[in-house]
Design a protein around this ligand. Structure first.
Ligand SMILES: [Zn+2]
Ligand SMILES: [Zn+2]
Ligand SMILES: [Zn+2]
Length: 771
């Protein structure tokens, strides 16, 4: 029976070769009508033909769609049959109003078919910008929706007659692909020196040769610059560290193929799939102990961040470089956002690099590489950015059109916007210690508001800490929109983000283990090792690591020997601590024993700020075990401690983190724990003690969490915070929780660390109003 059906497809369906796929499928079923991109990033399909064929067509759309496409819903409206179409066509985009149902297309890595094109004769031979309808950059070159060429930075490169022919041919792989170009019409690569003078020869072969000779080169990619250096050249690595003032922060590497990666890293099937997926994120992998990179690639760590080439630029460079890997670290001036413009890069990076491998396509949106780590087959985000952002999560309730902006915390900041039943989160922005980074956050939030046409902002959520730059930004934004500000406690944001990601209903409650650096607590203390019982709207602190004085505040984070002395001062006499430090740790204080005396005084001062942070506790253990004494990047002492613990024998030593019950809260006695660790040094190997520490902390936290979950009648125990990506802690917590027959909730789409804070702030701000 002839019928007419109007379909509206939502999800990631633009910029992924979806329309040509629909057209070819419709033609194969003998259906007539059209397909077009909607301004809201959905796709409209009108079909006329036999009703059973229309139904089969819809089934096939879901079954056979391009692998990158993600169909969220297909809405079908049947209409009376008219019979006015001669064939099935792809119509021009409809400029209908953008709505929040839109999806910004994300960046995709180069596909296999395009890689083949680069290696065979033709217009794409060795052409670094080769792409098709199913691959290539999107968000990083998109000025605004809808995703059409004139709205991207490819608008500056008119198609040559050959490209245009393919762009218009419905059966071609490059049909209607907005980002395509070839060597006749597209962007070009150039290699220049520090003075901007171009270097002759093939840019890739010359750059590879310069890298092999020890030079440091800035490489422009799709979302920003990388800085490349030879990972087998210790002198060059040290020089780069000196110039960037980053003495030990680990560098990520790019490797030509999975086969090469297996030479220097161990990887399981989940890691393998993640590394080679369509987004090509950085994956943290355990290093093969027998493989030798130069010492300064990732000092003191037993793992390395690895990515595969995701553009033709990277492929051609890696081909020419020939070694197993190339350091590709983020191309920014220390503390500032990653560079995106040629002019600014040449200015900002001039003291850091020797050459620049540039191209003349503009980067519309800056986007760092995403970083993930796999623990127990669970991919966990350390940084959610290129390929994964900006995208949204659906929330189990709907707030209508009154949007909420959230400005995040202080480190690893992202921004979020909640509207209707979803939260859209920006790409990774970075640490808020520079106004330039704050501007980046402001602009990224504005990009999402503009792109989705969101103008009614009624609330702006921010961290409880009044001193944060992001709190200041929230107040500015609230003023300009006439909105209310809503302060949200840091760990409440972690807790709520975790519930939301797990699609828990509005009245769900759980026990949340939140372990990280620090977050401003309701009592003004620096929290970071807490157990909460609560819901989206309200949390109650039910257990925490002992509150320890932080003499000199943040100085304790940079010089953890200060923190260790403070923790011990609760269980040892000043005299004994002086004796211990004279013999062992005083050299890790900038002013030796004199400094220690002041620390011990400050530790007794009731006005000294107190912390319950697990991060600071792990820092102190790292000092006690002589593993790491100064923090030069966030998380350094715990990361090094974990690397040492991985060398420990599992069950030769048992430590216990004891619990007291004080003022209706469980308190984990970290002072007694550190004292015990010092005792064990006399008779045990450091790796064995490090392993036992992780196990003791994880088991204690998880056991108390399970006990509390019984008391509060909930089967759910959540795990969140920057320390949750510690493999040993994660595994021991999981094991204990499951042993107690509870369900462990973990992050799936957002980082465990502070990349999830803006999501959580939006959730709390909306939930507190609904409840
Ligand atoms: Zn392709
Ligand atoms: Zn062309
Ligand atoms: Zn946090």
């Amino acid at each position: 029976m002839p019928n007419r059906a109007h379909l509206f497809v939502r999800g990631l369906v633009q910029g992924v070769g979806f329309r040509p796929f629909v057209r070819n499928l419709a033609v194969s079923y003998g259906l007539k009508g059209y397909v077009l991109n909607l301004g809201d990033a959905g796709v409209e399909i009108l079909l006329e033909g036999d009703d059973s064929r229309i139904s089969s067509f819809i089934k096939d759309v879901l079954k056979k769609k391009p692998s990158v496409a993600n169909i969220e819903s297909i809405e079908r409206k049947d209409e009376p049959y008219v019979g006015n179409f001669k064939d099935f066509t792809i119509e021009k985009s409809n400029d209908a109003r953008l709505t929040v149902k839109s999806v910004i297309p994300v960046d995709l890595s180069i596909c296999d078919a395009c890689i083949t094109d680069i290696y065979k004769a033709g217009r794409w031979k060795r052409y670094p910008f080769t792409s098709c309808a199913q691959c290539g950059p999107r968000f990083t070159m998109l000025d605004k929706l809808p995703y059409d060429r004139q709205n991207t930075s490819m608008a500056a490169f008119p198609l040559c007659p050959d490209c245009e022919r393919e762009y218009l041919a419905p059966t071609d792989r490059r049909y209607d692909a907005q980002g395509i170009a070839c060597s006749c019409c597209g962007p070009v690569i150039s290699l220049v020196d520090k003075k901007g003078v171009s270097v002759s020869g093939d840019p890739f072969i010359t750059a590879a040769k310069l890298l092999s000779e020890g030079n440091i080169i800035a490489i422009k990619g799709i979302g920003g610059f990388h800085i490349a250096v030879d990972p087998f050249n210790e002198l060059s690595l040290r020089e780069l560290r000196r110039r960037r003032r980053r003495p030990t922060q680990p560098f990520a590497v790019m490797s030509r193929s999975l086969e090469n990666v297996t030479k220097f890293a161990k990887l399981n099937s989940v890691e393998r799939a993640l590394l080679s997926n369509i987004f090509k994120p950085i994956v943290i992998l355990p290093l093969n102990a027998s493989y030798r990179f130069a010492e300064s690639v990732a000092p003191g760590l037993d793992s390395i961040g690895v990515m595969l080439p995701y553009t033709g630029i990277h492929l051609l460079l890696m081909d020419a470089f020939k070694k197993d890997a190339l350091v590709m670290t983020s191309g920014n001036y220390p503390g500032k956002p990653i560079n995106i413009s040629n002019e600014k890069a040449v200015k900002d990076l001039n003291e850091i690099v020797d050459y620049y491998l540039l191209h003349n396509r503009n980067i519309s949106n800056r986007c760092d590489d995403s970083v993930l780590k796999v623990i127990d087959s669970n991919p966990l985000f350390l940084r959610r950015s290129r390929g994964y952002a900006p995208s949204y999560v659906k929330i189990p309730w709907d707030i209508g059109d009154d949007a909420i902006i959230s400005s995040g915390g202080e480190f690893n900041v992202t921004g979020s916007i909640m509207v209707k039943d979803r939260v859209i989160t920006t790409q990774h922005i970075g640490d808020m210690n520079e106004l330039e980074t704050l501007d980046y956050l402001r602009n990224s939030i504005k990009y999402i508001l503009d792109t989705y046409n969101i103008s009614k902002i009624t609330r702006v959520a921010h961290d409880l800490n009044p001193a944060f730059l992001t709190t200041r930004l929230a107040k500015d934004l609230a003023n300009s929109y006439g909105a209310r500000t809503i302060p949200v406690q840091h760990h409440h944001a972690h807790f709520a983000a975790l519930l939301a990601e797990n699609q828990m209903p509005l009245d769900a409650h759980m026990i949340g283990i939140t372990i990280d650096g620090v977050g401003y607590g309701y009592d003004g203390g620096a929290w970071g090792g807490e157990l909460f019982h609560g819901t989206y709207g309200k949390i109650e602190r039910v257990a925490h690591l002992k509150s320890q004085p932080m003499p000199g505040g943040d100085l304790c984070a940079y010089y953890p020997a200060r923190m260790l002395a403070s923790i011990l001062s609760n269980t040892m006499s000043d005299e004994d601590i002086l004796k211990l430090y004279r013999y062992k740790y005083a050299r890790h204080l900038r002013h030796g024993l004199n400094e220690l005396e002041i620390i011990l005084k400050q530790a007794k001062d009731p006005n000294t700020i107190k912390t319950s942070s697990l991060g600071r506790t792990l820092d102190s253990i790292a000092v006690a075990l002589d593993v790491c004494h100064i923090r030069t990047y966030e998380g350094e002492p715990p990361m090094r401690l974990e690397s040492i613990a991985n060398l420990g024998a599992p069950d030769v030593l048992r430590l216990e983190l004891k619990t007291d019950f004080i003022n209706n809260q469980y308190v984990f006695d970290t002072s007694a724990f550190l004292f015990d660790i010092l005792e064990k040094i006399k008779t045990n190997r450091v790796p064995d003690i490090a392993y036992a520490c992780h196990k003791a902390i994880a088991t204690a936290l998880a056991n108390v969490a399970c006990e509390l979950s019984d008391q509060h009648s909930t089967p759910y125990v959540g795990l969140t915070g920057g320390c949750a990506v510690n493999t040993l802690l994660f595994n021991h917590i999981k094991k204990t929780v499951e042993h107690n027959n509870k369900r462990l909730l973990i992050h799936t789409n957002y980082p465990c660390g502070d990349g999830c804070i803006s999501l959580g702030q939006s959730i709390v701000a909306s939930a507190t109003q609904i409840l």
